[in-house]
Design a protein around this ligand. Structure first.
Ligand code: ADP
Ligand code: MG
Length: 330
């Protein structure tokens, strides 16, 4: 970037070390990390582009927060413990007020989960943010999309649909009684790293819901080669969402649509073998972490094409809903 590049790095991004497994941090050509034996490294990257993932005038605190949150959510979905992050940021200009707010949001979340910023890149151009996050997980214990088995219970870590409703409030100016509470869920999403610590020993497969429940569940079904049945009456809807239904701002069917196919909730979607479910529920409850069972995994034979892979039911009757999740290229 300009002459100010190193000043910016020093001023905003170089911070005190919070972990002792960082051997060398910001300031050299690479960072050096110590990975304990018996662990594997989990690595993920997400890019947020102005005009695509966020509005150019979005609150910089929330942008800093969310660009880290979506990456930590991917680590949680693997059952990993978050450790280190890198930040590649492209800025149209140096706006000190904007940068310090961005960093305040970014580090609020980094500090909460004790993750260390270890490096990155700072360039000039259209606003874009790429975060790479690294975590550790015990050898061969990572939760993938492949482990679901017939009989497993399908669960989510929190209420669904609020993020998508927040997006509709912003994008389509959808009229709602409490739009701000949905926008908060969209922009200040909580990465479910605390769930991950318990799921790693009890779940059989896991994914984070970024594109919508049905679309992300489909990834588990495809990779685990099984089918699933979901009960709409068990979809966890927030009190705020129920209030909107009661006030007539939203029909129940619309709420299901948001819950089933709305992205941006960043809740974990995971499968649990039936004999492990009760114990997991007790362990999560003890830490006041939510768990909602919404359906179950079924066997699947791909050659029987008349059998849908995902059945959405109410009162044991299949529903026909037209659902779509988010796809950047469609
Ligand atoms: P190089 O030219 O070797 O890639 P840079 O001059 O880009 O190194 O960066 C100098 C140091 O500052 C490196 O350690 C790099 O990781 C770090 N750095 C650059 N930009 C950021 C950023 N946005 N956040 C954190 N660290 C950064
Ligand atoms: Mg560089």
């Amino acid at each position: 970037m300009s002459k100010g590049e190193f000043d910016i790095i020093k001023r905003y991004f170089q911070r005190q070390q919070v972990t002792d497994d960082l051997i060398l941090g910001i300031g050299d050509d690479c960072a050096l990390l110590e990975v304990d034996s018996g662990y594997q490294l989990a690595v993920t990257t997400d890019t947020l582009v102005s005009g695509v993932h966020f509005f150019a005038d979005v609150d910089p605190y929330r942008l800093g927060y969310k660009s880290l949150a979506v990456n930590l959510s991917d680590l949680a979905a693997m059952g990993a413990e978050a450790k280190w992050i890198s930040l590649a940021i492209t800025l149209p200009s140096v706006d000190e007020g904007w940068l310090s707010e961005f960093c305040r949001g970014f580090f609020a979340l980094a500090d909460k989960y004790q993750v260390q910023l270890i490096g990155g890149d700072t360039t000039k151009g259209p606003l874009s943010i790429t975060v790479t996050a690294q975590g550790v997980v015990k050898k061969n214990k990572a939760l993938t999309r492949q482990g679901a088995k017939a009989g497993d219970i399908i669960c989510v870590s929190g209420e669904l649909g609020d993020g998508a409703l927040g997006l509709a409030a912003k994008l389509e100016h959808k009229k709602l009684n409490q739009a701000h509470s949905f926008i908060d869920k969209l922009e200040l999403t909580e990465p479910r790293l605390k769930h991950a610590r318990l799921l790693v020993d009890h779940a059989s497969a896991c994914i984070d819901i970024s594109d919508g429940l049905t679309q992300d569940l489909q990834h588990i079904l495809t990779q685990s080669n099984c089918a699933a049945q979901i009960d709409v009456d068990r979809l966890p809807l927030s009190q705020a969402m129920r209030n909107e239904i009661n006030l007539g701002m939203l029909s129940e069917q619309q709420a299901w649509q948001y819950g089933l196919s709305g992205g941006d909730d960043y809740e974990l979607l995971f499968t649990v073998p039936a004999d492990k479910f009760e114990l997991l529920q007790v362990l999560l409850n003890k830490q006041e972490l939510a768990l909602y069972a919404i359906g179950k995994i079924l066997p699947y034979q791909a050659q029987r094409s008349h059998n849908p892979q995902l059945i959405i039911e109410q009162d044991n009757q299949p529903l026909t809903l037209s659902l779509k999740g988010w796809d950047h290229f469609k």
